[in-house]
Design a protein around this ligand. Structure first.
Ligand SMILES: [Fe+2]
Ligand SMILES: [Fe+2]
Length: 216
């Protein structure tokens, strides 16, 4: 009979007792960088993007810090997902997609259990929720999705479009803006899209940079 007291993290055999002490965030991020440099680099870029969007939204210094560090940790649950699945160049089987999706819950449980990192847990859990309720893991809608997670959600997608993935080509700036606009109120919070557009218009997003690399 399965042990219901086990967290999802324990059930995949990862022991995080070694990161229970101080400097937890740094240690956890080193762990991620060593195990999965691509996800670590993605997390760093997402963190830089949310910083700009958060400033545009006039977040308090505390919220900005939670947002910035939460973005660094948002995919931490992926350290429990098989790298072969994470980097699979072809379409995932549905059971593989379920394993990937579970990085949200694993990340949440992990961060909830590391003293000092609890305040980042909801960002890890909810960054794949969608404004229309069709996201995961909880199918939350609109303002029920933690606000900071709504900001990370858009920066997360933006980074994937800007930099591509094994399963997805890089997109042009025009494509990206069109895609984001199409998904206002379905995937993304309109208030956050608005802030992103303002940051973009001010020239503080690396969209043109990405585009010129694409056409080289
Ligand atoms: Fe994620
Ligand atoms: Fe991500």
């Amino acid at each position: 009979m399965p042990d219901k007291t086990k967290t999802a993290w324990e059930s995949v055999g990862l022991d995080f007792s070694s990161v229970l002490d101080s400097a937890a965030a740094g240690l956890v991020l080193r762990m991620l960088a060593q195990r999965d440099p691509d996800t670590y680099a993605h997390s760093e870029r997402v963190s830089r993007l949310v910083q700009r969007i958060g400033e545009e939204l006039h977040l308090s210094p505390d919220d900005l810090e939670t947002l910035r560090i939460g973005a660094l940790l948002h995919d931490i649950g992926k350290i429990s997902v098989n790298l072969g699945i994470l980097n699979k160049p072809s379409k995932l089987e549905s059971y593989e997609f379920d394993l990937v999706k579970n990085h949200t819950v694993l990340g949440y449980e992990f961060l909830q259990n590391v003293p000092g990192l609890e305040r980042f847990a909801l960002i890890a859990r909810s960054h794949h929720e969608r404004f229309d309720g069709k996201g995961y893991p909880d199918g939350l809608t609109g303002e029920n999705i933690p606000f900071l997670a709504r900001i990370v959600a858009i920066a997360d997608c933006l980074d994937v479009m800007l930099n591509g993935r094994v399963y997805q080509k890089r997109r042009t700036a025009r494509d990206i803006i069109l895609e984001v606009s199409k998904n206002i109120s379905t995937h993304f919070d309109p208030q956050v899209v608005n802030a992103l557009m303002n940051v973009w218009q001010s020239g503080a997003l690396p969209l043109e940079e990405a585009e010129s690399e694409l056409t080289e």
